[in-house]
Design a protein around this ligand. Structure first.
Ligand SMILES: [Zn+2]
Ligand SMILES: [Zn+2]
Length: 313
């Protein structure tokens, strides 16, 4: 039986703290708590559990921005201090995380590092990778949450051996290169594909990597097609991403593969964005009722992948 997995990169202000101030998408950050809450409500309405990969710092209740002893590059936490510091609402979110813990659907609360470090970057030393895992794990444990699933900031995979040693069981790997749209491909190419192509996004197979971690690659980024092209196309053909997601969900229901959808709470800035997510969730719920389809989290996928059943790459 095929499955749908939704994973969510939950970061509020941390997704952009390393950007120069003028390049931060302030509108997305300002709506990030709204988007988080709408996403929790929508998943509850359609009884869809998801993997929430949460930036560890959001578990904190207070912080002076010093992070003494954290082996990050100089100035890494500078946006917590200074003249124009990141607002506390986007630095801390224990009450938003509590909503996930208390939800009637069994969400998987995982990690998106402690402070949104790109683990393949030149600055990402082994010590930094370890510290990011340690601090995220400690902050989560203090809130009674045990982290199991991992999503790499900006999908930049690195230091997997450290993740395995720190007790993580699975991660979201990169979308297979099928010639289809990745999240960063050119708008015109996306427009051309969304207009004429009706093949589904790639279904993925989880597999155990050389460190014993289960890699559950991405199939489709739900907000990889934005701006003017999205508006033009939506006005004539309907939302092209909803169409793509439906094709993926149908394909999963007709096979043993996984359709792995992902997004950020801060992608939801308007009612139109929310309508997209609702349409996808509603369709998942309908297909689950009518056909063979499991709705899973990264954690449940990883726990059912017995090592003897998979090929180690
Ligand atoms: Zn801090
Ligand atoms: Zn992120």
């Amino acid at each position: 039986m095929g499955a749908v997995v939704i994973s969510i990169d939950a970061e509020l202000g941390w997704g952009f703290h390393d950007y120069p101030a003028e390049e931060r998408p302030t509108d997305r950050i300002a709506r990030s708590r709204w988007g988080w809450q709408r996403l929790v409500e929508t998943l509850a309405e359609f009884r869809i559990p998801a993997t929430w990969a949460v930036v560890g710092h959001l578990f904190e209740r207070e912080c002076n921005g010093a992070h003494v002893g954290h082996p990050s590059p100089s100035g890494w936490f500078a946006h917590e201090r200074g003249d124009d510091p990141m607002d506390e609402r986007y630095r801390f979110a224990p009450e938003l995380i509590q909503r996930l813990v208390e939800s009637d659907v069994a969400h998987d609360i995982g990690s998106h590092t402690y402070s949104h470090v790109e683990l393949d970057a030149d600055y990402a030393t082994e010590a930094l990778a370890r510290a990011e895992c340690d601090r995220a794990t400690e902050a989560a444990a203090a809130a009674g949450v045990e982290l199991d699933s991992f999503v790499f900031p900006r999908n930049h995979v690195g230091h997997r051996e450290t993740l395995a040693k720190q007790g993580f069981s699975c991660y979201r790997g990169q979308q297979p290169d099928t010639g289809a749209d990745g999240p960063y491909s050119r708008p015109l190419r996306k427009l051309a594909r969304a207009t004429v192509v009706s093949d589904p996004p790639p279904l993925v197979e989880p597999h155990v990597d050389e460190y014993g971690l289960v890699n559950i690659p991405a199939s489709l980024y739900l907000f990889g097609f934005e701006g003017r092209a999205r508006r033009l196309l939506s006005a004539t053909l309907g939302d092209p991403i909803v169409r793509q997601a439906r094709l993926g969900i149908d394909a999963a229901a007709a096979s043993d593969g996984i359709c792995h959808l992902w997004l950020h709470p801060n992608n939801l800035t308007t009612e139109v964005d929310l309508a997209r997510v609702r349409a996808v969730c509603k369709y998942i719920d309908r297909v689950r009722e009518e056909r063979d389809l499991r709705v899973e989290t990264m954690q449940t996928v990883a726990s059912r992948i017995a090592p003897e059943d998979v090929s180690v790459v």
